[in-house]
Design a protein around this ligand. Structure first.
Ligand code: NAD
Length: 276
């Protein structure tokens, strides 16, 4: 599978499909990551909070790929907001991953009640200046959080990684991303599996001789997002990356656009999550 690259606003690029390793424990992570890499995934999405950075690091090292072909994302835990804490937390993550340079470092949640995400963002800016992180971004930031860090620091995140799937399409936030040149990454791109039961997507899949997961992931791709689906199953990993030999019609897009729901969110609301 040849995954197309997407250009970021800092001049770097990322594969437009990745592999997420949330809930893949340390015992399984080396084998799961190796299987994903063999299926063709080159963007691996982890987080300090997932507790598996060390075993992801072991898996990446064992693969022995040229460093330039590998894209590793990790994220700063809520407990590590603040300038000094963020600098130390990054050192610990990079050490666990056995990486000198992390490709993409994200603030995992804005935690607005902690009122520290601007200082935290300044730490990420400094890490990028020092060359320890190639690209910096955020996750679960709402429009007001994005605008706050951009106006306070003058530095626009390259990426905002948000909950995004057919039942929760976040069109307003994606419009803001477009305005600022921020690339959208879609977490829980399959709605944690719930999106796979939708009969209207199933009809599109049957007509195009594809699976429901492929139609949804192709929809993310064609709408410009980087999806990071998770599966521990080799056949599904291969299925989820086999997206680049078909296209959705404008009617398919209209059908999927109609599946958005005001109550479609599965994960926590970022405005209230990660309080002390
Ligand atoms: P997902 O939407 O990727 O769904 C995963 C579920 O779908 C699993 O149960 C899997 O078994 C099933 N599945 C995957 N492919 C399938 C297929 N082809 N056919 C049938 N079933 C299939 O949900 P997720 O794991 O929550 O999200 C993916 C990644 O997003 C995570 O691993 C993590 O890296 C990231 N994430 C980030 C945040 C954040 O706050 N930034 C939050 C949640 C998840």
């Amino acid at each position: 599978a040849n995954v197309p690259m997407v250009l970021l606003n800092d001049g770097h690029a990322l594969p437009q499909l990745g592999f997420g390793v949330w809930q893949i424990d340390n015992a399984r992570a080396p084998e799961v990551v190796a299987t994903a890499m063999n299926a063709g995934y080159r963007l691996i999405d982890t987080a300090a909070n997932y507790g598996n950075e060390a075993s992801v690091g072991v898996a990446l090292r064992r693969m022995n790929l040229p460093r330039s072909q590998l894209y590793v994302t990790t994220k700063l835990r809520n407990e590590d907001h603040g300038y000094d804490r963020a600098m130390r937390a990054f050192d610990a993550s990079a050490a666990r991953l056995q990486l000198d340079v992390v490709d993409l470092y994200l603030i995992h949640w804005p935690c607005p009640q902690r009122a520290a995400y601007v200082e935290t963002w300044r730490a990420l800016i400094e890490l990028q200046k020092q060359g320890r992180v190639r690209s910096i971004g955020v996750s679960n930031f709402a429009a007001d959080h994005l605008e706050c860090i951009i106006h306070e620091t003058g530095v626009t995140p390259a990426v905002n990684q948000i909950e995004l799937h057919p039942a929760f399409q976040q069109q307003m936030l994606r419009n803001i991303h477009e305005r600022y040149g921020i690339v959208t990454q879609a977490w829980s791109p399959l709605g944690q599996g719930r999106a796979l039961d939708d009969p209207r997507i199933r009809a599109i899949a049957e007509r195009s001789s594809r699976t429901v997961a492929q139609v949804i992931l192709r929809w993310h791709f064609e709408t410009g997002s980087i999806a990071i689906p998770k599966s521990a199953n080799a056949a599904r990993m291969a299925e989820n990356i086999d997206l680049f030999g078909f296209e959705l019609t404008s009617n398919d897009h209209a059908v999927i656009a109609g599946l958005d729901r005001p109550d479609g969110r599965i994960g926590p609301d970022p405005a209230a999550y990660g309080q002390m």
